[in-house]
Design a protein around this ligand. Structure first.
Ligand code: FEO
Length: 405
């Protein structure tokens, strides 16, 4: 028997932790796992909110069967069709073929696209503000397009004032043990949530701001996302953190330095900048070797800090290959609200610094704090002075800023 995790009187968490998957969406490393949260509402009509990904479906269905204890499942709400939440539907339908599937017109198209045998006759399309009556619990629905896909929606339980928010407010990290924000090491989960936000939702900041505006009209006692821990202690705070991320607003004055270096000279340049930042009173500094740290972890840290400095050696007349995925993602996001610096190295052609300058020119939200520096081979005295200027100018900007937690 699985232990029930009660959220409220008639509502339980029946999610599953996934510690087997190496990479989320097959590219983001998740060493701390991820949970697929599903919720069961025990009422005159039975209902689950969202399902789980394919590799955890058998555990999920086992939990569902235990909690239903012979009852029929009347409804399954699909807040979001991405397979990490909808893959379990196939298995649910095997055991409960008459279950009504609640989604919206956009989600129906996607469900049919994923599965040509999708039972359309089971589907109920809801619109903004529609209500489904389970008995005591009345569920309403709000559309939050692009948080994270066009069909994304949230479900709100009027009885217990619970927002089932799907990807919104979700994070990586399994939820064994504590499940609520007041039962866990919050700094760990905040970092996992930032990693999820910055890598999965980050492009859609404007849509997140719109969604928050709409949802803030609801009285919310619990936010129950489809990944990670659940929120009940300080709902206002978590909403304001999320809004800050959506607006690309940094949390601290820190600086991320990310470099690509083949023979150590660009790495040396990064270290010179880091030491000078320290001299200028900056304490939160992270220096990453792009060949060692996964871009997803770098992106997450970039979200946290106001300062960003990228360095690259030249490789085939261009930027170093391991820097490319980071530039691609930042450009795709339209990253903004950053103080920015560029440095790099060359021997016979150049190209790294040139590409970084072109990258910066495409993103008006990156404020170049000092002239880019390109050394030939080992950085010389003149290069070192210019590298220090990047750090000094960056620190001047940061120290003049008012950024608070
Ligand atoms: Fe957790 Fe957009 O899926």
């Amino acid at each position: 028997m699985y232990k029930l995790v009660k959220i409220a009187n008639d509502i339980s968490w029946i999610g599953v932790n996934d510690f087997e998957k190496e990479r989320f969406e097959n590219y983001i490393p998740i060493p701390n796992g991820v949970s697929y949260n599903s919720y069961y509402i025990d009422d005159e009509k039975t209902c689950i909110i969202d399902t789980v990904d394919a590799n955890t479906t058998s555990t999920f269905v086992q939990k569902l069967k235990e909690i239903l204890n012979g009852r029929q499942l009347d409804y399954v709400v699909i807040n979001h069709v991405e397979p990490d939440h909808s893959n379990g539907l196939h298995e649910v339908l095997k055991y409960y073929p008459a279950v009504k599937i609640i989604g919206n017109n956009k989600s129906l198209g996607m469900l049919k696209a994923f599965d040509s045998n999708f039972p359309v006759e089971n589907f109920i399309a809801v619109k903004e503000g529609d209500e489904i009556d389970l008995g005591k619990h009345k569920l309403t629905f709000a559309m939050i397009p692009m948080v994270h896909w066009p069909e994304s929606m949230v479900t709100y339980d009027k009885e217990d004032k619970i927002l089932f928010s799907n990807d919104a407010f979700g994070g990586f990290g399994g939820v064994y043990g504590g499940i609520f924000d007041d039962e866990v090491d919050l700094s760990f989960y905040k970092s996992e949530m930032r990693k999820y936000y910055s890598n999965i939702i980050g492009k859609f900041g404007a849509q997140v701001v719109n969604a928050i505006k709409k949802l803030s009209k609801l009285e919310i006692k619990y936010i129950c996302p489809a990944h990670g821990i659940l929120w009940r202690k300080d709902i206002g705070k978590i909403i304001s953190i999320y809004e800050r991320w959506a607006k690309f607003e940094p949390e601290t004055k820190g600086v991320v330095i990310i470099y690509g270096s083949m023979y150590g000279n660009t790495a040396k340049m990064a270290e010179i900048i880091g030491l000078q930042l320290r001299e200028c009173g900056i304490t939160d500094i992270r220096i990453y070797d792009s060949s060692k740290t996964d871009p997803a972890d770098v992106i997450s840290r970039i979200w946290k800090y106001k300062g960003l400095i990228i360095g690259s050696c030249a490789h085939n007349f261009a930027v170093y290959p391991k820097i490319v995925p980071i530039l691609h993602k930042l450009e795709n996001y339209g990253i903004k609200n950053k103080y920015f610096g560029i440095f790099g190295n060359m021997m016979w052609s150049g190209g790294g610094v040139k590409d970084l300058k072109e990258f910066a020119a495409k993103l008006p939200g990156l404020e170049l704090v000092a002239e880019p520096v390109e050394a030939q081979g080992a950085p010389k005295e003149a290069d070192i002075e210019k590298l220090k200027q990047i750090a000094i100018k960056m620190a001047e900007k940061l120290n003049a800023d008012k950024i608070s937690d």
